[in-house]
Design a protein around this ligand. Structure first.
Ligand code: GLA
Length: 731
């Protein structure tokens, strides 16, 4: 049993294969958090809490006498505003314009088999044969009929605990929620380090590690997307934790909108971590009988370092979050016309690219921005999702039929959440755009955001996507979203509930994406938001891959892929070979290196194939052959970071190993050159130690490859690269 309740000690103990998690209902019926860490037993860990009269630490209701007891320093499971806890809170809610104050005490609980579900929100699910249990703990306010149900999904063998909270107002008075986090996690001991993944457009998810200091450290987004700048994934670890050693805990929030992850080091050096929907501009009114359901958060803990932590998350996300029919299929090697043509294309030009693609052996052509409405630059047309036949010289169906005739599948770009003021849709429905009345709106890329909190906008979006998908043999869509959202206002919402619009927008987005998932289960959807501006676990419930960054430079991508790999499986990374000098930073890299780097994920090309030299065409054919031969490794192998591009300035290396250890591929990109260079070695990971592998005609044991490593060839030019396969002998 992964979840146990001990009625003598009133403790809930949760076990996964690599961790133990414990809560206790104390004498005051407060739900304390008593342990999370290395696998332990069901001892009542509340002995670790040291009652003391610390001064200026208030006593909660009904406990005035015992000055040694204060929720200001007791570790709690779901802290609330108004209970004498002055640290960051999980929940702030109140009535009738009063200061938010609740006092939650244990009410009841239930343990059951299987995983709870969160309708309308992305969530982990159990597959047949998975050992999964659900724990529900209901807390109730001391004074009002307000219930908070804490949900725990325990994936014992996957080492995953999911969390969410359901807040319900059963009383007559409407309640205003000012903040409702998905989870709260109190660590009693020692200073922790926080690893987070920060960045910018064209430079997402850069690994950033810091020691937490007194006060609150916050990463988050208030941009309406999870954002390029921060990512709703973080790791809390010990100072000495490395890839291969040490305690670490990951937190991933399944949410694609504005979010917050906060860590507070309190006065006694305890650390509290909370994450959830960003409370900036947030306010939600709960009337009698209504519920607010937080997005799901996922936690995972290991003693064995960051590689083990990421490996476990990769497997769990792949098996228990991604639903797409394309998950296990070979992802099409595609050519996307964006960097080849930008807006300047015709049907003939697309056919020329497609013909070249067919010769190289590609699987798909993706038609990017500019095919619809009157869209010849980024100032117009968003919202008008009907094809510009004048530009293509034919109907969409005719174009797609011709492309299919070459043996290629067809994919198309859409940006359904946006509206251009110069569009038929805006002329017809200006009230569907989010604009604060009487103010000139803040625009991003000269576009406005559709108000997805309105049901009629949701329905319009479903219909326009259905019409598009039904109009031709479209087998892939790239779903883009190209601005940060400010000036949020819904013309449909009554004045007082504007604080709900940001979150309702995300619920609306999920509703449309769920509709497509259900109605067109065979369509491969690639997520995108100006590259990786919405790269989060929430999205992966609807799409199996995401355009990782608008930066296609192979060398900058090393850091982007490295950072992304901590929280997300590499099969979710879309990466393309583009032209040199690179369009984003002007760098020149060998064609071979661009291919090796792009094979870190779902592979493709994004350049004018007609302009490739004969030599490059031959290299492209080889790349296609390599990807086709080893796609199982690239898509579903165990991924290992072998060096860090943040620390090693000479080369970056990574590998994939088949889950059964039968085959592995190692890739290296050299990032510096030296005269009279020292020999470079690299150690493999994840092989079977006592098995024999053949590598470039030579035999090694797995132990030799992992403990001794191999000697890397000398780089022959700037940004040279190397890829080598190890096959298990006698297979
Ligand atoms: C975003 C995407 C690009 C491309 C353009 C088209 O920036 O990330 O790949 O699709 O939009 O406008």
């Amino acid at each position: 049993m992964a979840i146990r309740f001990d009625s003598k000690t009133n403790t809930f103990t949760i076990h996964t294969v690599k961790s133990t998690y414990q809560m206790k209902v104390d004498d005051q019926k407060v739900l304390l958090h008593t342990y999370f860490g290395s696998p332990a037993d069901e001892s009542d860990f509340s002995y670790l809490i040291v009652p003391d009269d610390h001064g200026f630490c208030a006593q909660p209701a009904g406990n005035a006498e015992d000055r040694n007891y204060s929720l200001d320093f007791y570790p709690q499971e779901y802290s609330v505003q108004g209970s004498g806890d002055f640290r960051i809170k999980a929940l702030k809610a109140g009535f009738g314009g009063r200061v938010p104050a609740l006092d939650l005490r244990y009410h009841s609980h239930q343990i059951r088999e299987g995983k709870y579900s969160l309708p309308g929100l992305p969530h982990f699910f159990a597959n047949d044969g998975d050992k999964v249990q659900t724990l529900e703990i209901v807390l109730k306010d001391l004074y009002e009929d307000v219930y908070v149900t804490l949900l725990y999904g325990v994936f014992e063998e996957k080492n995953i605990i999911t969390r969410a909270a359901v807040i319900e107002n059963a009383g007559d008075m409407p309640m205003e929620i000012k903040r409702a986090m998905s989870m709260c996690l109190d660590f009693m001991e020692g200073r922790k380090e926080l690893i987070c993944f920060c960045g910018k457009h064209a430079g997402e998810r850069q690994y950033d590690r810091r020691t937490l200091q007194y006060g609150i450290t916050e990463i988050g987004s208030n941009r309406g997307t999870s954002s390029h700048q921060h990512n709703p994934f973080a790791i809390v670890c010990d100072k000495n934790t490395t890839e291969d050693y040490g305690k670490c805990c990951a937190v991933s929030l399944l949410y694609s909108g504005s979010f917050q992850i906060q860590a507070e080091v309190d006065q006694f050096e305890g650390t509290r971590l909370v994450c959830g929907v960003n409370d900036d501009e947030f306010s939600w009114i709960l009337k009698k009988g209504e519920q607010f359901v937080t997005p799901e958060a996922v936690i995972s803990y290991t003693d064995n370092g960051l590689a083990d932590l990421s490996g476990g998350l990769h497997r769990a996300i792949y098996d228990n979050l991604i639903r797409s029919a394309w998950k296990d299929r070979k992802r099409p090697i595609l050519v996307n016309n964006w960097e080849a043509t930008y807006f300047d294309f015709t049907g003939d030009k697309l056919m020329e690219i497609a013909r070249q693609g067919a010769q190289i052996g590609l699987d798909m052509l993706v038609l990017d921005d500019g095919w619809f409405g009157k869209r010849n630059d980024d100032n117009s047309g968003l919202g008008d999702w009907y094809v510009n036949e004048e530009k293509l010289g034919c109907s969409l169906r005719e174009l797609v039929d011709q492309i299919n005739g070459l043996g290629l599948r067809f994919g198309i770009w859409i940006e359904p959440e946006m509206i251009s003021e110069d569009s038929d849709l805006y002329r017809e429905h200006p009230e569907w755009a989010m604009i604060i009345p009487g103010r000139d709106p803040v625009r991003g890329r000269n576009q406005l955001t559709l108000d997805l909190s309105r049901q009629e906008v949701i329905e319009y979006m479903k219909t326009s996507i259905d019409n598009l998908l039904d109009s031709a043999n479209i087998e892939y869509i790239k779903w883009d979203m190209n601005r940060s959202v400010d000036n949020v206002f819904s013309a449909a919402a009554p004045e007082l509930s504007q604080g709900a619009v940001r979150h309702k927008y995300i619920l609306g987005l999920y509703e449309v994406m769920e509709h497509i998932h259900q109605k067109y289960p065979e369509i491969l959807i690639e997520g995108c938001s100006g590259g990786g501006g919405r790269y989060d676990a929430g999205m992966l419930f609807y799409v199996p891959q995401i355009w990782c960054s608008d930066n296609t430079d192979a060398i900058e991508r090393l850091r982007i892929h490295y950072g992304t790999s901590f929280g997300y499986p590499m099969s979710t990374v879309a990466a393309h070979v583009s032209v040199c000098p690179n369009h984003q930073n002007g760098r020149v890299t060998p064609f071979k290196t661009r291919g090796i780097c792009a094979m870190q994920g779902s592979f493709g090309y994004e350049l004018d194939l007609g302009k490739l030299t004969d030599e490059e065409k031959e290299e492209a054919k080889k790349q296609v052959a390599v990807y086709n031969e080893h796609y199982r490794l690239f898509q579903n192998g165990n991924y290992y970071r072998l060096t860090s591009p943040m620390d090693n300035h000479d080369f970056t290396a990574w590998s994939y190993v088949m889950p059964d250890g039968s085959k592995a591929v190692l890739s290296v990109v050299y990032t510096d050159l030296h005269a009279n260079p020292k020999p470079l070695h690299i150690k493999w990971k994840g092989l079977i130690p006592n098995a024999r592998y053949i590598l470039e005609g030579r035999e090694y044991t797995g132990a030799a490859l992992m403990q001794g490593g191999i000697v890397l060839p000398k780089p022959e030019c700037n940004y040279d690269s190397y890829m080598v396969v190890a096959n298990l002998k006698d297979r």
